[in-house]
Design a protein around this ligand. Sequence first.
Ligand SMILES: O=c1[nH]c(=O)c2ncn([C@@H]3O[C@H](COP(=O)(O)OP(=O)(O)OP(=O)(O)O)[C@@H](O)[C@H]3O)c2[nH]1
Ligand SMILES: [Mg+2]
Length: 244
Amino acid sequence: MQRQRHLVCFSVGLSVLGCRHRHVSAGRYCCCHSRGRFRAVSTRTAMLTGLSQHKPLTFVTSNEKKLAELRAILRDLVGMEVTIEARHIDLPEIQGEAEDIAREKCRYAARAIQGPALVEDTQLCYHAFGGLPGPYVKYFLRNLGPEGMEKLLAAWDDKRATAQCIFALAVDADAEPHLFTGQTLGRIVVPRGKRNFGWDPIFQPDGHEKTYAEMSEGEKNAISHRFRAASRLAEFLRNHYTTR
Ligand SMILES: O=c1[nH]c(=O)c2ncn([C@@H]3O[C@H](COP(=O)(O)OP(=O)(O)OP(=O)(O)O)[C@@H](O)[C@H]3O)c2[nH]1
Ligand SMILES: [Mg+2]
């Protein structure tokens, strides 16, 4: 653990990752997290645990919807816009356990970027199928569509499913990834709602009358698997990059 003077924005540690405006000096102002409104920045002592301070965090994904949801969730969690650079690199996805897939994606991304990298892998796990399609849901969705994915369960009474999101964060090119997992329990239903994101129309979270696809952005982001995983990620960043 390194103790050093470091310029940070006013937000909770995420700014150490996100703020690229390192030209600002003590007592000056930076607008990067405040949508154009200038906010005070102060110099404080930060405890940093290995993250490359001078490189922004890059979220490597091919999925625009994931990126949009993460941005919205972090904005709500920290109360302001968080700068995350996005890169589309075709990441290899191994076969195996979801955690291993996320870890390996992250190692590959961090090496490709030569710096801090964040990746995400999402699974939809049918309880009746022992967790399948799980990390392979993309291929089921591509070939069957939401209708076909609902029909898969026709012969089963158990319609329960778990939506799971795993963020993997490598704090530098060669660092071992940290994992942050979030789950939302629900059931698979006949498709209802918007058709702009994957299997959202067939996933109805427990305790709700709407599918993800029938919910507003805010409603989904308050209870989703991605929100729960992102909350853990934000907590980690706060704990490790909190200013002292
Ligand atoms: O209805 C949905 N609600 C969600 O909240 C959600 N999150 C992901 N997905 C879909 O599930 C598969 C995951 O595969 P996945 O994790 O490999 O993602 P991806 O390949 O699209 O992007 P990435 O791997 O480049 O980040 C892909 O088909 C995604 O479109 C979702 N569908
Ligand atoms: Mg993928």
